[in-house]
Ligand binder design. Structure first.
Ligand code: URA
Length: 200
């Protein structure tokens, strides 16, 4: 698929998200946050849901967790422009509460379509909700993020072999040195995967 077609298809999804009423989160949000980045990416990052600043700006990972994500990317020689960043939910849950099952169910068809268009080699899931959704779609059971992180999973999506790398949510690692250390290790795993397969 050409870059132009991808851009157009993603834009169409963003418009649908802006008009979406499939759950009640649209009522309190300021802006939808469909996602952004390279439309021909090797890596797609999938977070949980927009927070305060993401809701204000309509862009993913632009608050404190986003700064840590940027730091992790820079640490392995990647820039935001190299990757695509999106979330399980496209609208902010009130007071940043956890996504509800019915919201995940209503919203993830958008994510599925985005991922199929982007068709990345690697999907990095950030946090428990993202790991649960993406890994279970690939047939893996997720008991908790600690149990699944630190490994590369092989999945078959869209008739293609895709690697899944689940890790902690950067927000959880902001004030926890141990979790930040795991995050650094998991990003090294991502770097190794990219280099081993000469993806970038
Ligand atoms: N946390 C997320 O999961 N996603 C964002 O976009 C920002 C914070």
């Amino acid at each position: 698929m050409s870059v132009k077609t991808r851009e157009e298809d993603l834009k169409k999804i963003s418009k649908e998200i802006a008009n979406c009423r499939r759950c009640s989160l649209w009522k309190e949000r300021k802006n939808p946050v469909p996602g952004e980045g390279n439309v021909n990416p090797v890596v797609v990052f999938v977070g949980e849901a927009p927070g305060y600043w993401e809701d204000v700006k309509g862009r993913p990972f632009v608050g404190a967790a986003g700064r840590l994500l940027d730091e992790m990317l820079t640490g392995i020689g990647l820039r935001r422009d190299d990757v695509y960043i999106t979330n399980i939910l496209k609208c902010r849950p009130p007071r940043n509460r956890d996504p509800r099952p019915e919201e995940v169910k209503a919203c993830t068809p958008f994510l599925d379509r985005q991922l199929e268009i982007l068709s990345p080699e690697i999907i990095v899931t950030l946090g428990r909700h993202s790991a649960m959704y993406i890994l279970s779609r690939a047939g893996f059971s997720v008991t908790g993020i600690t149990a699944v992180r630190g490994k590369v999973y092989h999945a078959r999506f869209w008739g293609k072999n895709v690697r899944l790398i689940p890790t902690f949510h950067p927000a959880a690692a902001l004030y926890n040195v141990k979790l930040k250390d795991y995050l650094v290790r998991d990003f090294k795993l991502l770097k190794a995967e990219i280099e081993q397969r000469r993806l970038i």
